[in-house]
Design a protein around this ligand. Structure first.
Ligand SMILES: [Zn+2]
Length: 243
């Protein structure tokens, strides 16, 4: 399956999946009493290494976080019996689009998946003060996106709101997207962990804001790789759609 594991801090680990064409990351943050798992990738099989690690964290309660409704972040939900937390919109989109996403991408299921919706939802923020963990609404890549800030590690988990080499826009509200990225800056994160990129910095945040401003202004931009060109074309297409 091509899984790699990387320690990010003394309480945080990245599980890296190489098999979608782009790297995808699932993160685990282990606190004293709780373990946060950020996204669940593509099915039960992909979550097995995490379940094995969880078993060793005796007496700790797992909390599964869905950063947004896209299939490559939620199909492993069924591997867990614990609480799953997301934005209210994410739960609604999952309910509405679950079968549609299966239909479109079923080749990517790892092991099995079944419709499993978040059990806790919020609209603005949801904090675990004892753990130093804050979940907050961060619309951008999609309008149901949430992020997690670890106040102890000063690490920000941003879902698909940041991505290298270029962010993927799926919602045409660029002003809101920029506001979210500015909110990220206000946290002064030491590093940013995203769904398909790891170890991003404040500079990457500024680069993404700059890109969105130029995209919104319809500025001509030149990219050196075919991949970036195709993402940029997608972003322009999203923008030209009615909201
Ligand atoms: Zn996404």
């Amino acid at each position: 399956m091509g899984l790699k594991k990387e320690k990010i801090s003394n309480r945080s680990t990245a599980y890296i999946f190489h098999d979608l064409g782009i790297d995808t990351f699932v993160y685990l943050v282990e606190t004293k009493k709780k373990v946060f798992i950020v996204d669940t990738f593509c099915g039960s099989l992909s979550m097995e290494p995490i379940l094995v690690d969880l078993e060793k964290m005796i007496g700790k309660k797992a909390i599964i976080v869905n950063t947004h409704f896209h299939w490559d972040h939620v199909w492993g939900n069924c591997a867990f019996s614990e609480e799953i937390i997301s934005h209210g919109k994410c739960r609604a989109y999952l309910d509405r689009y679950w079968e549609k996403q299966i239909e479109a991408h079923k080749k990517q299921i790892r092991g099995r998946t079944e419709k499993k919706l978040p059990t806790i939802t919020f609209s603005d923020r949801f904090c675990y003060p004892e753990e130093g963990i804050e979940l907050f609404y961060s619309p951008g890549h999609t309008d149901d996106s949430i992020s997690l800030f670890d106040h102890d590690d000063k690490l920000l988990y941003a879902g698909d709101n940041l991505e290298k080499p270029l962010i993927y826009v799926e919602d045409n509200d660029l002003e809101t997207y920029i506001k979210t990225l500015e909110k990220y800056i206000a946290f002064s994160p030491k590093m940013i962990m995203a769904g398909h990129s790891m170890g991003l910095t404040g500079e990457d945040l500024l680069g993404a804001i700059d890109y969105l401003r130029r995209l919104g202004a319809g500025e001509e931009m030149v990219f050196t790789t075919e991949y970036e060109r195709s993402v940029h074309e997608n972003n322009k297409r999203v923008l030209s759609k009615e909201s």
